[in-house]
Design a protein around this ligand. Sequence first.
Ligand code: CA
Length: 225
Amino acid sequence: MAEHILLVEDEEKLARMVEMELKYEGYEVEKALDGRKGLDLALNGQFDLVLLDIMLPQLSGMEVLRRLRKESQVPVIMLTARDSVVDKVSGLDSGADDYVTKPFAIEELLARIRAALRNKGGAAQSAALTAGDLVMDVERHQVSVRGQDVELTKKEFGLLRHLLENKGRVLTREVLLDAVWGFDFVGETNSVDVYIRFLRSKLDDAFGMKLIHTVRGVGYVIKEE
Ligand code: CA
């Protein structure tokens, strides 16, 4: 089956050229000409890979990447016009898998795409996070306890994921707020407490476990029993 690639690039000529080359190689391609549309497609489509320009209207490539990474581990290759070390470092820090500096030879881009798609298989297998009887499949956005599915909202899932990724480490409310709600958030840090209560009721209480621990005056930690 053809692999699906999302191309987020506002330079129409370049976007058309890349699209044509990718289709010629047998990939299916969807295009977005600005960051907002790109993020929307990336979050709602089933893509095997995203090519993401950094300088974009509406939302910058960095911001698209930051928001995308809260929900998806789809491989992302950044396209940067500036051969800037800062861009590369912050791109890779934010979870980009690779970057290609413009202008690029199409062969180089194709080689990077093949490499990123190859690595994807390995990443998907390690996408499960666990604690005791709880398993989170990050790729499928599913949580189960002893094989039984647990329905979580997006925020609950994000919060639990962050705690699982940092299993054994105490996270402050501020850190959790920033990681899960991000800069969009307006409100109080006690939102974290509210969502921790939701999680406890759906997980610890529902299954008679004790995974989520409160560290008084500091924050929360997931520990295995
Ligand atoms: Ca651009």
